[in-house]
Design a binder for this molecule. Structure first.
Ligand code: ADP
Ligand code: MG
Length: 738
């Protein structure tokens, strides 16, 4: 081990778990302590203002100025009691992560002193100088104005000394420049479409909510080792590193005992997260060494997205307190599992019905079948677009590798649900109604025991699996903003439900017959006819087999599913006519917004690969080649010395291995040098391309593959160069020290 590496490893090895300050109260008592939730609103707002706020958050009522002022007043009082001095509008730009700019509450009082002030206007809207956030050309730099506007459906919270206000971020002309604005529009669209379909079954339903329960995977790496790896520091992943002899072969990490330092980190994180209202529930070791997972209880999608963004930034802070760095990158290490963020998704009504859960009666199960099938229709119609919604330069490493969802979107239903759909499809309309002695006609839809449904034979290779009372979208990347996937999924389902309802309504001549309450009703017959049509149409998306097999790739192509694997080309799906039509007709995004956002996506892709290429070039030239050459010189001087003590023939015979090593090092370093030059050249060529899409494609086709081939040479050198000179912490150290 080199001296520096030894010091880092030694430091990591000696670290002990950090003491966590555990509150005296129980988790249920300190939960949401730092959130201005309903309970705080009831305490700090007048009853009238409280009622108005409930109307705003629950029913989307307009917020007038006087109410905003009163709310701001209450918030300021609460904030001051908690030692808060600043406030910030917190938003989710199209880059990764979140953005914030803090302002103090202070204002001049006109008498040379200061007062603390916080008005409805400050709460509701701000104009951050946002010229350096990506906008894909929507907001040219001279028209730098972007507005952040309060999202009252996600409660305000406190971080340290700052009141944090969740906001959307839009341009002067109203186009979205963030994830939250289109997310809120998609939630509205799916609410409207799903509520209308629910009315066939229950006219009382007033609102349908989209639920999201994410499961966040991550790696922890000791901070001293992390800092000795410039690639991790700058790109979030290792650009080189030979496999550790032991990695995840033994499957001994998954669900294993949580290492002590990690357990302390998790405890600390959970306490902070619970105080911020994130309902942390599950924690465990993941498959790869030093890989872990945390999952809260599911929430309304908008809140769940905010909570995930908040949790990711919290993780980074808390990890440092424990001498760790958290790696959220989708593929920090080659050869072992990457990290994803399963998005458990479902719809539910304000009457307490989970629409993706089987019910107790045949009618409830018909409703269940409708929501499942229309979800499948959405996923089938827009499978390429859904893939685009989870695609990124980082996630591209994960998809299609034999450990994560394949790069083809399909859906696993399990045997019971498959039987139900097959039954509806195969029976004639008349067959589905049976003559029952007492009740006359009844609907022949098989019962499904809610608890038993396919929780047993889960298919881990499926990117969009039905898991009992929800679908699990597994292709989402660990570092991604879940909103991207949720915008597309909710909009696609809204479209499918809208279309379903139009076709059903067209078959019901009399409006008053629209309730599917008895087997005689016209609505029943119409629903079953359209449902059967859709079950047939969306069949290509159903796949319960092994998603990793080559046979599936061929089969999927035959079925007309999207099998593209190039990240920048996959982004094209956003601009397909049917995608634009979907987003526009559902009122979620306009063509120009979609175009602008794609510009940003291509640009981010290019920049990521560009940075990786630079870092790898630098490391090759100033870390790897010098070290390999130094070792080679040692070998050479050994060979020379052998010649000075032995006769030439004997000396050569004795130096055989060293001579081979000298040659191999010479060849590999020469190859690295040559490829780094080519890499620089390929970048120059790509950089000259003006168009963002073509530039990203060039980076994908020419630059990215070179990263792999240079790495291959470096990893071979790592195996032969004396460990005593190797400067970079090796995989075994990064993965097993904790
Ligand atoms: P797994 O067995 O897939 O690892 P977990 O229990 O770790 O499942 O996490 C599942 C996530 O799904 C949790 O966030 C949970 O709250 C969420 N979830 C459960 N039911 C639903 C539902 N109907 N809709 C959305 N999310 C759900
Ligand atoms: Mg899961």
């Amino acid at each position: 081990m080199s001296d520096l590496r030894f010091q880092m490893v030694d430091r990591a090895f000696r670290k002990r778990p950090v003491e966590v300050a555990v509150p005296e109260e129980r988790p249920s008592e300190y939960f949401a302590k730092k959130v201005f939730n309903r309970e705080k609103m009831a305490r700090y707002l007048s009853p009238e203002v409280y009622e108005k706020m409930v109307d705003v958050t629950d029913n989307g009522a307009r917020l007038d100025r006087a109410v905003a002022d009163a709310v701001a007043d209450g918030m300021l009082r609460w904030a001051r009691e908690n030692g808060v001095t600043h406030y910030t509008h917190w938003f989710q730009p199209l880059t990764e992560g979140t953005a914030e700019k803090h302002d103090a509450f202070i204002e001049h009082d006109g008498k040379g002193g200061l007062i603390e002030d916080f008005s409805g206007k400050m709460l509701a809207q701000q104009e951050p100088d946002a010229s350096s956030f990506p906008s894909g050309g929507i907001r040219s730099t001279f028209e730098a104005r972007g507005y952040s506007a309060w999202d009252p459906t996600s409660p305000v919270f406190i971080i340290d000394d700052t009141l944090v206000i969740p906001t959307i971020f839009i341009s002067y002309s109203g186009e979205s420049l963030d994830y939250k604005a289109p997310l809120l529009r998609s939630l509205k669209a799916v609410d409207k479409a799903a509520t209308a379909v629910c009315h066939y079954f229950d006219p009382q339903v007033r609102k349908v909510t989209s639920n999201l329960g994410w499961e966040q995977e991550y790696f922890l790496v000791d901070e001293s080792l992390f800092c000795a790896r410039p690639d991790l520091l700058l790109t979030g992943r290792t650009l080189m590193g030979h496999d550790s002899a032991k990695n995840q072969q033994m499957d001994d990490h998954y669900f294993g005992a949580i290492p002590e330092r990690v357990a302390a980190f998790m405890k600390d994180l959970e306490i902070r997260a619970l105080e911020l209202g994130i309902p942390c529930k599950t924690r465990h070791n993941e498959v790869a060494p030093n890989q872990f997972e945390m999952a809260p209880i599911f929430e309304d999608t908008n809140l769940a997205v905010d909570h995930n963004m908040l949790l990711m930034s919290l993780m980074k802070r808390v990890a440092r307190r424990h001498g760790f760095r958290v790696l959220l990158h989708e593929k920090p290490f080659a050869g072992i599992n990457g990290s994803g963020k399963h998005n458990n998704w479902s719809l539910s009504t304000d009457t307490g019905v989970l629409l993706h859960a089987p019910g107790k009666t045949p009618v409830q199960n018909l409703r269940f079948a409708v929501f499942v099938v229309e979800t499948l229709v959405a996923v089938w119609k827009h499978n390429g677009l859904l893939k685009a919604s989870i695609m990124s330069a980082n996630n591209a490493h994960r998809l299609g590798a034999n450990e994560a969802p394949p790069a083809i979107i399909s859906s696993f239903l399990g045997s019971q649900l498959t039987e139900l759909l097959d039954h509806i499809e195969a029976s004639d309309r008349e067959d589905l109604f049976r003559l029952d002695g007492k009740q006359g006609l009844t609907l022949d839809i098989p019962q499904i025991p809610e608890l038993l449904i396919d929780n047993t034979d889960r298919n881990r290779t499926s990117p969009f699996a039905f898991t009992g009372n929800r679908f699990e979208f597994r292709a989402v990347g660990s570092e991604a903003n879940c909103a991207s996937a949720m915008i597309t999924l909710n909009t696609a389902v809204a479209e499918a439900l809208t279309d379903f309802k139009e076709r059903v309504d067209a078959r019901i001549p009399v409006v008053s017959d629209k309730l599917a309450d008895t087997a005689h009703s016209a609505a029943f017959h119409a629903i079953i006819d359209v449902l059967r049509e859709d079950i047939r149409a969306c069949k290509p998306i159903r796949f319960d087999g092994n998603g990793y097999s080559d046979a599936w790739k061929e089969e999927a192509a035959r079925r007309g599913l999207d099998t593209e694997t190039s990240c920048p080309v996959i982004f094209d799906r956003y601009l397909d006519p049917e995608s634009i039509r979907m987003f526009e007709s559902m009122g979620v995004m306009s063509r120009s917004e979609l175009q602008a956002r794609n510009e940003v996506k291509w640009d981010i892709y290019t920049k990521k690969i560009q940075i990786e290429a630079r870092v790898l070039g630098d490391l090759s030239m100033n870390h790897i080649i010098p070290v390999a050459t130094r070792y080679q010189s040692q070998l050479l001087s050994n060979v020379e010395k052998m010649r000075s003590v032995f006769p030439p023939e004997k000396a050569s015979a004795l130096s055989g291995r060293n001579l081979l090593l000298i040659e191999e090092i010479a060849e590999r370093t020469a190859e690295i040098e040559k490829q780094v030059e080519e890499l620089v050249e390929a970048r120059k060529v790509a950089n000259r391309i003006a168009e963002a899409r073509e530039r990203a494609v060039a980076y994908h086709d020419t630059v990215a593959p070179m990263l792999e081939s240079i790495r291959h040479q470096i990893d071979k050198l790592e195996l032969i160069v004396d460990d005593a000179c190797w400067p970079l912490p090796k995989y075994r150290e990064l993965l097993f020290l904790r």
